[in-house]
Design a protein around this ligand. Structure first.
Ligand code: DGL
Length: 278
């Protein structure tokens, strides 16, 4: 291990999402890598990204990543937003060639391909992620024979933020989005939740999908991929103490904290979150 690697290993991991959704990825990272330090930025001022065009998403994401790096040097950047990952990874990798930049698309595709027995996979995501086709491409790289049906489920983002996670309204919405996919001749045996918000609605989506359909998301596999990459590049934190988390949001830190607690799985206070501008 070089001196540089040893020094870099003590730096925090930068993690970015368009809002609170990426906290589901942070929660998985905390389970896998509790001794790491994290700088999390949620761009709550510009959420949602999923209904925007690719140029706007790239513009916002580049500025958000730069804002994290302005706060602290980082040893790795995790793009914990499916929409940003689907359009912006090459740009970010070109901007930060000295650190690994990891998105959630590849790990999510891997989770879906290994869960599916039939090779028929439904991808539920935002409009921008579906339009860009990044999940379909990533799944086909792993299994060229896979049959992928994608569906933009825009309302799921609002339902998750509203905390409406179960019940008639959520299941009715899921039924509307999923009914033709579930009635397709090649009925998917696996549903990939390709948006940070959707894991919160997993129970309702599972009720609608019925038995025999597996539901996977990218949070756990992304955390596994981060862990493997840190080990491979000798960048894992040398410390055994519990790591720290620095939360930043670009608007309404009180709302970020109130809603974010659901996504993170533990309560947050507005005073835990720094308000920043891009
Ligand atoms: N974080 C976004 C994603 O995973 C969902 C919310 C948004 O549209 O910005 O695609």
């Amino acid at each position: 291990m070089s001196n540089n690697q040893a020094e870099n290993a003590s730096l925090p991991i930068g993690i970015f999402d368009s809002g609170v959704g990426g906290l589901t990825v942070l929660a998985a990272l905390l389970r896998h890598l509790p001794s790491e330090d994290y700088y999390f930025l949620g761009d709550t001022a510009r959420l949602p990204y999923g209904t925007k065009g690719p140029e706007t998403i790239i513009n916002y994401t580049v500025r958000a990543a730069a804002r994290i790096v302005k706060s602290t040097p980082i040893k790795m950047l995790v793009v914990a937003c499916n929409t940003a990952s689907s359009v912006c990874l090459p740009t970010l990798r070109a901007m930060y060639p000295h650190i690994p930049v990891l998105g959630v698309i590849e790990p999510g595709a891997r989770a879906a391909v290994s869960a599916s027995r039939s090779g028929c996979i439904a991808v539920l995501a935002t409009e921008a992620t579906v339009r860009g086709g990044a999940y379909t491409e990533a799944i086909h790289r792993l299994n060229p024979e896979a049959k992928v049906l994608s569906r933009a489920c825009t309302l799921f983002v609002s339902l998750a933020e509203e905390g409406w996670l179960e019940g008639d309204i959520v299941e009715g919405t899921a039924r509307r989005y999923l009914s033709d996919i579930l009635a397709a001749p090649a009925r998917p045996d696996t549903i990939l939740l390709g948006c940070t918000h959707f894991p919160l609605l997993q129970k309702a989506i599972a009720n609608v999908a019925g038995e025999g359909v597996r539901i996977v998301d990218s949070a756990e596999t992304t955390a596994g991929a981060v862990s493997a990459l840190l080990a491979e590049q000798h960048l894992a934190s040398p410390s055994a103490r519990p790591g720290s988390i620095h939360f930043m949001a670009t608007d309404n830190v009180a709302r970020f904290a109130a809603i974010g607690g659901n996504f993170l799985g533990r309560s947050l206070a507005g005073t835990d979150v720094e308000l920043v501008d891009l």
